[in-house]
Design a protein around this ligand. Sequence first.
Ligand code: ADP
Length: 397
Amino acid sequence: MKVLVVNAGSSSIKYQVFNMEDESVLAKGLVDRVGIPGTTLEHKPIGKDEVIIKKDLPDHTAGMKLVLEVLTNSEYGVIKNMDEISAVGHRVVHGGESFAESVVIDDKVKKVIRDCFDIAPLHNPPNLMGIEACQELMPNVPHVAVFDTAFHQTMKPENYLYALPYDAYEKFKVRRYGFHGTSHFYVAHRAAEMLGKAYEDCKIITCHLGNGGSMAAIKDGQVIDTTMGFTPLEGLVMGTRSGDIDPAIVWFLMDKLGMNTSEANNYFNKKSGMLGLSGVSNDLRDVLEAANSGNERAKIALQVYYNKVKGYIGNYIAKLNGCDCIIFTAGVGENGYDVREAICSDMDYLGIKMDVEKNKVRGKEVDVSAADSKVRIFVVPTNEELVIARDTKRLAN
Ligand code: ADP
């Protein structure tokens, strides 16, 4: 069985084709600048040369059409015709409170995705465009939606409610949702295997540290808490997002800088975080390099970043009443060993001790804790596409 996984953004479409007999990837690629002049498709068929096609495309349907053409191309394609694709899995960012699991997409599901436009204006509209483009081109196969929020739906009201007038929740669904769910799910299950314990018996803290970042606390197979909230702006310090701040700062700065709501949205989502604080870059590698060259602001920005993660580790150990393992994943978590080392330093009171030599690895699944560490520290490369492909296969069957 072959499954196509699609992740449609506002001007991009990422895709992967899996052979689910052995879960191998046959091809992956990205269509960039959809609907903007200069559309580019980068197609990587595994075992063949990468292909780059430049061709202006007006919309997601045209983008998906080009993807299907390259997948079936006699030279660099990986399937003979589209009939080989048995199902399509779509990443959808927001499922609101309606979905705690992946679902086969029908009109009702599309309505819920549309109803969430209000609370996920940047993500759900392009996600739905991707779904509709694929349905138009592949009307005879099941399409499955896998939600970023679904994994966190086990949170209880005491962790997902904000202390606002209850109306805000009842009328407008203002609550903590959490994101990166497929990644937290994947690494937490891998970690249970590494611990040699049943997933349902583990106390786990997952740290998904990429350009965006979030952490989750998992106990008895349920998410207890996560750092991202109503939107992906809350929680950790990110590439360009502020993470947790005093909400009064928002209207104070709107007033001082004369910003309207959309400008404020841009300020806290796109200009803040490591970029705003360090003045160097949103890319952590650049900030690390600047700090190593003596840039004081970069050094401070890194300390703020590390402190935030440390703080949530403490918070979550308290809520879990213990911890079997802490997992680092995503771009920074998998590759930035200096970042992992800084976060885990001086945490021995909580039973967290890293083996700094073992920790000097990038992008490998490995236990980097010291032999006498009460809490295991794992690096686990994430694989969100595989989670989507597995759910798609299961539901299509
Ligand atoms: P996204 O949220 O865009 O999916 P990724 O998970 O790909 O992000 O992570 C991107 C981040 O990973 C960037 O900030 C990049 O600097 C960081 N990163 C990649 N390699 C390293 C490294 N060796 N050390 C520290 N950070 C790294």
